[in-house]
Design a protein around this ligand. Sequence first.
Ligand code: ZN
Length: 397
Amino acid sequence: MDGIYVFKGRNEGSMFTCTDWLTLHGLSAPRVKGIIASFGPGKFEHLPPPLNTDRKASLENAFISNKLSSQERCYRNFVVPALVSVFDNESEVRHLLCNHVEFRALSASEEAPYTICQGSGEPPVILMDWRGQPEDLLCLAHEAAHALQILLSNHELMPPVARETCAFIGELLLLDYVETHVPYLHGPLLDVWHSENSFYLGDCVDLLIDALNHPELSYHYYQNYPLARLAAVQMFSIANNESVCKLFSSGKEAMAHLPIDEMASFATEMENPFPVLQPSDAEHPVVGVYQSLGVMALLDIESSRKASYQCIESYYLNLLDHLQARTAFIALDNDMKPVGYTTWIESNSENNLVLTCQTALPNNRLNLQRALEQYISTTKGVDASYTRNASKEMLVW
Ligand SMILES: [Zn+2]
């Protein structure tokens, strides 16, 4: 699924940082941030909706396990027909998928499935383990789409965001195919697709935003996933078959076939809704404490942390204790607006800190962590400190 090793050391051999990544894709950091920020209800074409929880029970269904027991049968019966459905030259694409793709199991040291291009004239190889689960089938569609994109573009390498878009389109083609032809698989596969969004549109977004804020950091393959996931959904919803076919066979020019301009047209600035926070006045420390309590409560609300089930009295007393013990920390951005807070307890052994709460605005979790690490490692007990770039300044009470 990850494709972390795909083509590594070839066209990406010189891609070390986020700046290199942006250049390779013809993107800019504000443009990418804008697209990510605008991802939300009503902005993009709809993601397939989640199903009700009753369907989850079907994941355990012995009938389904039985149907998914053979990787080869699943490939021929579900994945190949799903992928060919979008192409005019259906029989040619079917021939490529059935006769020019190799399969291998992962070796003991490999964790994530991937697909390798062996060069012109050689079949692409899909490496994955098969346990007969719905997630394996979705993964097989993902990797088969990689293999197809390699074959159709004559082994010319695509920029990674484009190639992952192809793979995610493969997943959506499978979902679409089973909805009509194999309906008992649709619910379980859709559940897997939604649960994987928490990685692709959650953890990977944190990683991408962190890379954009710190362009000197090393490139990580995961930073390709958010844009690719969104572009795939967008293309699948609105593009015609012809555009999808062009993308699959486009090789190194593939970025021109992604709906980046369209996605960017929805973009908005990632606005921090908070007012500028003034440092607490040494002469009125109580005001500083009240201000901090208010900021923490608002951050909990803004970040949708489920804090409201707590008793209000214990909620505030807990935070007040932390403020008085100086075991609370509010991170501010460059404009002196709050982006998150954290509380901790100090354990006796080896000066360890145990975090008891971390709340951050969307896309700011890593900013908060970096700011906290900086504070704890260098300025413990000091009222203000600095970290690099985004959350440059912070205050502590
Ligand atoms: Zn992939």
